[in-house]
Design a protein around this ligand. Sequence first.
Ligand SMILES: [Ca+2]
Length: 232
Amino acid sequence: MDRTSRGGRAVTNPRACVALAALGVVCARDPIPCVSPVGIGDLAVTEVRGRQADAGDPLGQWVEVCNPTAARLPLAGGVLSFARLDGSGERQVLVRDRALAVDPGGCAVLGLFFGAGGATTADDAGDADAAPDGTVPPLPPYADHDFSDQWDLASGLYDAAVLEVRACGRVVDRVVYRDLPDRGTWSLDGRVGPDDEANDDEARWCVDAGEPDQGSPGTPGERNRECGAPGN
Ligand SMILES: [Ca+2]
């Protein structure tokens, strides 16, 4: 994220604070500063997987967010914001999992995973939930947080977007992606560590369509491949 564009503000959106407070997340109204320890640049977006050409793709649409700091960072109350490139159509998802955190040097994968098993709509996903024993279809092993309940599953993630990671109203990272591949992921070069400034450079990103026989999964939760590497 361009540091010149960072707000670095405490929470200024009262409605957001009310929503967060309702979930037990400490996020006081302005002028009391938010207590989230996640600061500007503490998390960096490193990989995005959108809708796939294979309509039966079971691997989900997701965002990988990595923690380059030496501290374990909670994600509860964090927000992913997706807007079209012209700023319109903003959609936000809130991390409601109070236990979710990212270890130092680790990554979290947040996304739409009700598509696993073939469901493409919320209703379908609901049907999938209706197992006689009440069990919920398992998420892929790399999925840390599913926000299908906050999204129009029929449309999926935007193919092009301004994506922001926010913590209690503070913009932690911002990236722009312009054309998600329909096979594999849009991936920050594995030679580049998770970095909120390095990931501003779109030339450092590439398509990871490796392992097509396995559905082009990308590298969710793991270090990205190097751009230009064989099979990439
Ligand atoms: Ca990865």
